[in-house]
Design a protein around this ligand. Sequence first.
Ligand code: 4AZ
Length: 696
Amino acid sequence: MRRFLIWSLSILHLVKGEAVELTDMFGEMQSPSFPDSYPSDSEVTWNISVPEGFRIKLYFMHFDLESSYLCEYDYVRVESEDQVLATFCGREATDTEQTPGEQAITSPGSYMSLTFKSDFSNEERFTGFDAHYTAVDVDECLEKSDEELSCDHHCHNYIGGYYCSCRFGYLLHSDNRTCKVECSDNLFTQRNGVIISPDFPSPYPKSSDCLYRIELEEGFFITLQFEDNFDVEDHPEVSCPYDYIKIKAGLKEFGPFCGEKSPGRIETRSHSVQILFHSDNSGENGGWKLAYTAIGDPCPLVEPPLNGRIEPSQATYTFKDQVVVSCNTGYNVLKDDVESETFQIECMKDGAWSNRVPVCKMADCKQPLELAHGFVTFSTPDNLTTYQSGIQYSCQPPFYQMVPNITGIYSCDAKGVWNSAELGTGLPSCQPVCGKPRFSRSLLARIANGRYAQRGISPWIAMLHRNGHPFCGGSLLGNRWIVTAAHCLHNDLDPENPILQSSDVISPSSFTVILGKHRTHKQDDTEQHLQPKSLFFHPSYRAATLENDIALVELSEEATVNDHVIPVCFPEGPQPKNAMVIVSGWGKQFLQRLPDSLMEIEIPLTDHVVCQEAYARLQKVITEDMICAGEREGGKDACSGDSGGPMVTLNNQTGEWQLIGTVSWGDGCGLGDRYGVYSNVFLSLPWIKQVTGVEY
Ligand code: 4AZ
């Protein structure tokens, strides 16, 4: 329907002087009265306009006009806005010199006019013309060679127009033609750097405003160095009207710069610089590259301290430069009375150092730590404690020895720490010497049986004393532990239900441990009274059967080890059958009397099976943790009051007395075919060592 309308509007028969406006995308124009001969003195103009982005293509299907020189009489003239594109006359059939023929005429723009004119006569009855026009698309992408109008990067043609787009990383400027870059936010905070125009050394983008900021700490002065390879669009007369670089540094401004001469070196004397780079919408210029450096005011030269050095070593130091002062081996940096390995100073913005160079002081290990029960001897004169001085720890002889068994030699190391090849910086410890009494048994005493012990013969024996009476024995381990019988440390239990409750346990404050004791009731010059602190029962102690009848008493203070107080050694292994052992105590003698002083017996160990059989007859069980000792015929035996006391044996190899058992129980005292029963210390050794921590 629309087509029809356009068609009907376009075919017009016109008369002289008329002007017809044509705005459709296509149309037909005919001479007046066509296909009859056109009238004389006729003039018609068709003004064709099509939308922007189109051109008008005109061609003739029929042409039959009077021919004349320069088409003076009748003609068809085709014009654009300001120029005549063609003038036609003549006959297509016979006189083709000035006829349009097959040729089509295209307008340079979106406007074209066609004028038909006939003079006063048309005698030969020329039939005129039939012309058509169509709007044709302009491929702006191909045709726009003018840099002002063509797309900067990519051009896309479409019917009736075109549009531009940009390469990756670029943005289309609001002129819809040039491609700019987003470059307004470049911050540099390093002391050195390189800044280039976008795409350098390729041409920089158009229509862009780039801002580069260098922001450094106050005290730095930034220097810019433009490379010689500099190319920014300029103008021969006007100063940088198109593209330019301007530099702001604090209150100072540099530039604008453009052209091909590099601005070279610019010393801004500022710590904050802004570089603005503007480009307009045309030009192809390579851009620029600059390197910047920042340096502060110099600080005075620093000398290394005596016996020390400074790093790095430079001819000059400027703001922010740091110098580490360190000392030769065996020396330490001393600053404000504090010693350290290194000390750092920094050149400040005012050109002064943050601190004075410290001195190097020889490493000093200071007075060595004291060793309990030991002492220190200096191996270097004047008791020097400085680098490479030597000391030796020793333990107080004859009662203490070093554990582990080392030389105890230390030297002062470069860090000012006492150091040994054996223990590093750790200290040895002095532990009491065990099992070596200061008095030995006389021959006389040896032959007696059930004899009084000589003073100091059993220096590990402890008397447990309560309410003015001795009630049990024990043995000293280390210098603050007593091993005794578990049954010594609790009250009698209910025979119906003999399970140990904590309420049955006697209080540590209710009894005293007396060491260095000899006489039963009278005071000895050598005795030491010590207060128990804690009690530890063997975890498998059973009061009903006296299995594992062994307990530990922790003393609240250390015992003083001397000629009369010396701990006993741990057993090294199970004892050989029939080995002779010595049992001592203040327990009852025959007739239920306590002896005047410490008694001892020397008896053989009893075969376990023999002992088991002896007690089986009384329905008593000898378990693995029990050791029996005594002579078959009886006589020498421990008795009431001896419980917890030591059963020892001499290790002939080491000359040390070892604790084999603790007095536990028996059927009566000294009866024949009965044996004294002792708790086996060797079997309890892991528990004892774990609780006491004693090591010799
Ligand atoms: C007691 O009552 C006790 N004959 C200790 C040992 C012996 C008997 C009794 C061994 O402490």
